[in-house]
Design a protein around this ligand. Structure first.
Ligand code: DGL
Length: 268
């Protein structure tokens, strides 16, 4: 069991920011990644849609032998993780609680800014997690619907990226937040641009790091930690594999070998 792969999924390329942390913190683990690029973005979708898409993806990852599954998607974590845990026995890890924990630990003025999808903001999942950790923290939430499509396109339109970041971050900056949570796994790809636009203004919280640290602890405690890499990492998409590989490799700075297209509906 311990040498079976870890399943990781997202609506598209954003979950690669979680893959990056797995490569760093769990280098012996084999990864199977699924990006639902044909149906990205998830951020404007209903809970029923997200639950159905997640169910198909999890079935697929389990069919490939996943010993654990990381929801490398805040929107899926917020809207579907609880339901999926009722339907599947495989251990599943969300990204919101670890992100909230890291943000609460980092803030000094107890003013945290959240940049997330519309669905994640509406769900209130970060607010709930942060309030449970420290009711004295004030959370300022900003939905950022323009960002995911720009990232999926490979950040080629830099002026549009800068304009959108300015539009979304200026209000948070005005509220004097000292900590900024990248509450969508796509957004850490924008961190360098955020630092250029708002130099030294925020502590940057990438929930992927804390999430993968939690996974590491779980695997260690349950003797599920891989001893050696048992196979190549495999990347799958519901969209166009050429585009997925090209833009994904560029964003993550490493070649994604031979991504394959999967028709999820046939996996029930
Ligand atoms: N990367 C995802 C998240 O963390 C979903 C973004 C989207 O598809 O809207 O929420």
């Amino acid at each position: 069991m311990r040498n079976k792969p870890i399943g990781i999924f997202d609506s598209g390329l954003g979950g690669l920011t979680v893959v990056r942390e797995v490569w760093d913190l769990l280098p012996a683990e084999q990864i199977i990644y699924f990006g639902d690029t044909a149906r990205v973005p998830y951020g404007g979708r209903t809970q029923a849609e997200i639950i159905e898409f997640n169910r198909q993806i999890i079935n697929f990852l389990i069919s490939l032998g996943a010993k654990a599954i990381i929801f490398a998607c805040n929107t899926s974590t917020a809207l579907a993780l609880t339901t999926m845990r009722e339907q599947f026995a495989v251990p599943m890890f969300g990204i919101i609680k670890p992100g909230a924990k890291a943000a609460v630990a980092a803030t000094q003025n107890r003013r945290i800014g959240l940049l997330a999808t519309e669905a994640t903001v509406k769900s209130g999942a970060y607010r709930e997690a942060i309030t449970a950790l420290n009711p004295e923290v004030t959370l300022f939430e900003q939905a950022a619907p323009k960002l995911v499509p720009l990232i999926e396109d490979g950040l080629v339109d830099r002026a549009a990226v800068q304009g959108a970041l300015h539009e979304y971050l200026a209000p948070l900056h005005q509220e004097r937040v000292d900590t900024l949570v990248y509450g969508c796994t796509h957004y850490p790809f924008l961190q360098a641009e955020v630092e250029r636009l708002f130099p030294d203004q925020f502590q940057h919280i990438n929930p992927a790091r804390s999430c993968v640290l939690e996974v590491k602890e779980y695997l260690t405690q349950n003797q599920l930690f891989a001893e050696k890499k048992s196979g190549y990492d495999r990347f799958f998409t519901s969209g166009e594999p050429g585009k997925f590989g090209r833009i994904g490799s560029r964003l993550i700075g490493q070649v994604l070998p031979n991504p394959r297209k999967v028709n999820l509906e046939s996996w029930g």
